[in-house]
Unconditional design. Structure first.
Length: 526
């Protein structure tokens, strides 16, 4: 049977428990009897980036100093960072941890992190089976994308290079994927192979001094043992690079090795990228994505219209305007410049609802070009207008993500489930390479709104404390022209009010700006 014991008192397991011993590294993550290797691969990625790890695993926690029997962890959850607190009781059998454990018998940060992640999703059972990208998102707040290398775009090397310049986490694996159709419902079956991290891409000179550049990829084996023999650290015989580049690119860490990009394409079947949001990057010199986030819901009989196979109801799905104004700075391989965007559609809460028999909906989206229409586009528009871009297939994963290069212009994104009347909350995120800017007219409009809202705030700040009561916020929102249902008022109070039930001016303005964006045009300006 499984016994629940407190690590600090389980002398049979450990007489001197430590949270972290000698820093976090890949040997701290050993799989137990739970089928969550997808989660452990993501935890291994955290050991490569101290900034990201400290956000998920706050430092200065221990079994001695200020010890209270609990530990804190933080995860990104549908647009917000949430704090998860767990006690230090871990499941054991025969005086041995049942699930994740460290190579050091007295180190417990990875086991406690796994427990906190299980609590986030409702149980350890909910962690059986998953996708590494899902956990990478929950650890970073980023948006993920993956490529079947045999079907990857020809500019894949540049995609990898630009992703690393923006601090993205990147992994590759030798996996088998079920083939997918372009407009079909697909159950994504994965045969899990060995996973690696991609830590750098470079271009080197030929050994003979010719002008042709060699494209190189640096790969890291998280367990440090399974690099292909011809590509192990220090073995350059297969790469024919110049002596100068060999010195420049050495040394590499244990478990890392360089390989040619063509060999990389032949060896691996899958590439995974986790693009980070600006708040996750502290290096001001690093390029950053611009991120726009919209939340919505598919409601049975109202806004759950299904995919384009259902023309009578497809138009009822939520619609989000996308305005692209600035082309990318770099020169593309095909000579056609455009605006690079990554669109990610995520369904919310389905893993937690597994205990009730819920499964992931099959979801996807389409993008249509349009001009000037600010209203909900009607049925006839979609009957006679072809999509400009769309996800490759509808997939029953938590999130579907695609990268596009679109011409500057106005577009509408239509997220949907494959079949009509499938209910779920969702979050739609758009990442772009260029920074959003307000033009003069947009700035004038925003400034005018802020001046109006300031007058309303002053009216309800009767004691001149520069705050208003969360109860008064209901009237202030109505005076600003927003008619909300009781549930939205509850959300505003929980999200924007302090523990003393007051909103300061900054929180008040942030709330109204968010409402203005939701009520105006549902437009994403990039």
């Amino acid at each position: 049977c499984i016994l629940w014991k407190k690590c600090i008192f389980s002398i049979e397991i450990c007489s001197n428990p430590q949270f972290i011993v000698g820093g976090a590294n890949r040997t701290d993550i050993c799989q137990g009897d739970l089928g969550d290797c997808w989660l452990l691969a993501a935890i291994a990625c955290l050991t490569l980036n101290e900034t990201l790890r400290y956000r998920v695993v706050p430092p200065d926690q221990s079994f001695t100093e200020n010890y209270a029997g609990i530990f804190h962890f933080q995860f990104w959850r549908y647009g917000e960072w949430v704090d998860v607190v767990v006690d230090d009781r871990l499941p054991t059998h025969n005086n041995r941890l049942v699930f994740t454990r460290s190579g050091n018998k007295n180190e417990f940060w990875s086991a406690l992190l796994e427990k906190a992640y299980a609590k986030l999703h409702g149980s350890y059972e909910a962690l059986k089976g998953g996708n590494t990208l899902e956990a990478m998102e929950d650890f970073t707040g980023g948006v993920t994308e993956f490529y079947e290398i045999t079907d990857a775009p020809k500019e894949l090397y540049n995609i990898m290079k630009k992703a690393l310049e923006r601090g993205s986490l990147m992994g590759c694996s030798i996996d088998a994927l079920v083939p997918t159709g372009s407009e079909t419902k697909t159950d994504k079956g994965l045969v899990i192979g060995h996973a690696y991290s991609v830590t750098a891409v470079e271009q080197g000179k030929q050994e003979d001094g010719s002008d042709t550049r060699i494209r190189l990829v640096r790969v890291r084996d998280p367990w440090g043992t399974s690099a292909p023999p011809a590509c192990r650290s220090g073995d350059w015989t297969a790469l024919a690079t110049s002596e100068e580049d060999r010195k420049r690119l050495e040394p590499v860490e244990a478990g890392e090795f360089w390989m040619g990009f063509e060999m990389f394409q032949q060896t691996f079947t899958k590439l995974e990228i986790c693009n980070l949001t600006p708040d996750a990057l502290q290096d001001d010199q690093m390029l950053k994505w611009t991120v726009s986030v919209m939340e919505g819901r598919w409601v049975r009989g109202c806004s759950a219209g299904g995919c384009r196979n259902y023309p009578d109801t497809f138009w009822t799905n939520p619609q989000y305007r996308l305005l692209l104004t600035e082309e990318d700075d770099d020169e593309p391989d095909d000579g056609e410049k455009g605006c690079t965007v990554v669109v990610a559609l995520m369904q919310k809460g389905r893993r937690r609802e597994r205990c009730t028999g819920a499964t992931m909906h099959t979801i996807g989206f389409a993008i249509y070009e349009m001009q000037g229409n600010k209203q909900h586009l009607p049925k006839d528009f979609f009957l006679y207008t072809a999509s400009k871009a769309r996800c490759k297939s509808y997939i029953n994963l938590r999130e579907v993500t695609e990268r596009f290069c679109l011409s500057p212009g106005e577009y509408v994104i239509v997220p949907s489930t494959f079949d009509p009347n499938k209910e779920s909350d969702f979050i739609l995120r758009v990442f772009s390479e260029k920074t959003s800017r307000l033009n003069l007219e947009e700035f004038k409009h925003l400034w005018s709104k802020i001046q109006q809202w300031k007058v309303i705030f002053t009216r309800y700040d009767k004691d001149k404390s520069s705050t208003i009561s969360s109860f008064e916020m209901r009237n202030a929102v109505a005076d600003a022209g927003f008619q909300l249902n009781p549930q939205l008022h509850d959300i505003i109070a929980m999200r924007y009010a302090s523990e003393h039930l007051y909103l300061d001016f900054d929180s008040y303005i942030c709330c109204l700006v968010r409402l203005e964006g939701m009520f105006s045009k549902c437009t994403i300006n990039i």
